[in-house]
Design a protein around this ligand. Structure first.
Ligand code: UTP
Length: 298
């Protein structure tokens, strides 16, 4: 059993890259095939043994909380129509684990969003999963956040998920400098963290992606963290201070990460999910083949 029992999922961002869809629908509620993006993230946390999920929510996004509650009218109507299995499926989303919600009163950045969960988490280590980063684990492996929880339990050090990207792409990410542990290919000793290094200054191809396990000592650091890149309170800046004070490790997780908060990434996530389902694989492959043939023939 991991020491990490609670996960913070910040979902209070404005989702401007998906306007106008996100004018009234939270980005995290956009479906990947037939499930909202956020459900994949929450299911990852639950399957790693997380007991309580804390959403950091914004005022226009209560549909996220509603999705993890019973929908009495819908479920009752489905039952009366003899669709008990579908009603049970809907209830199961609410039954799987405890969900708590706190508010980030203004979208001032990821560091600010995580800090809003402090009154609920208190003096315990916790996981953070970003509400628009999908990580599909290999079939024989723990979910990504479970791999970070295991590394935290083993080392006692804060963990951040790292993914190798082409050097020319690192300016889009938080960048982790340092070196791999010669004795454990999954562990990375971090010597510096830089949020979105400007092109030409890149020193590493290790990008920070949306999974973290953090000790409670991060709270006092977040309180002191001022505005960083983009005028936002950046989690990366607080993590770099944590690294200086007590060390921080990268976890080169196993799994395929897709940024569902980006248009191409969102389409990619939909195709990966569809191709992983028995009932959709063949029709979607046929559709893709005919679309490619048509486009090439133009
Ligand atoms: P993003 O930067 O991808 O989300 O943050 P965003 O700001 O909503 O998106 P764009 O760039 O405008 O399209 C990653 C996650 O952190 C949350 C977001 O909701 C998203 O799930 N977030 C971000 C917060 O909760 N609060 C913030 O102040 C910023």
């Amino acid at each position: 059993m991991s020491k990490v029992k609670t996960a913070v999922i910040p979902v209070a961002g404005l989702g401007t890259r998906f306007l106008p869809a996100t004018k009234s629908i939270p980005k995290e509620m956009l479906p990947i095939v037939d499930k909202p993006t956020i459900q994949y993230i929450v299911e990852e946390a639950w399957s790693a043994g997380i007991e309580t999920v804390v959403f950091v929510n914004g005022h226009h996004k209560s549909s996220i909380e509603d999705h993890f509650d019973y929908a009495y009218e819908l479920e009752d109507t489905l039952s009366k129509r003899g669709k008990e299995a579908v009603a049970d499926g809907s209830r199961a989303i609410a039954d799987r684990g405890a969900v708590v919600s706190v508010r980030q009163k203004a979208p001032l950045g990821l560091g600010h969003a995580v800090l809003a969960a402090r009154p609920v988490i208190g003096d315990a280590p916790f996981a953070v999963l970003l509400g628009d980063d999908i990580i599909r684990p290999p079939s024989d492996s723990e979910p990504a956040i479970g791999q970070l929880m295991e590394a935290f339990d083993r080392t006692g050090k804060g963990q951040i998920a790292l993914m190798q990207v082409p050097l020319s792409e690192i300016h889009k990410y938080g960048a982790a400098e340092g070196e791999k542990d010669p004795e454990n290919a999954q562990s990375f000793h971090i010597t510096a963290l830089v949020e979105k290094p400007p092109p030409g200054t890149e020193k590493t191809d290790q990008a920070v992606v949306g999974r973290y396990v953090l000790p409670p000592s991060i709270w006092s650091i977040l309180v002191e963290t001022g505005e960083g890149a983009g005028g936002e309170i950046q989690l990366t800046d607080a993590l770099d201070t944590l690294r200086e004070q007590e060390g921080l490790m990268g976890c080169c997780f196993r799994g395929q990460r897709v940024d569902a908060g980006d248009k191409v990434g969102y389409l990619h996530a939909n195709l990966l999910e569809a191709l992983s389902r028995d009932d959709l694989k063949e029709p979607v492959m046929n559709l893709l083949k005919s679309m490619v043939a048509e486009t090439n023939g133009q």
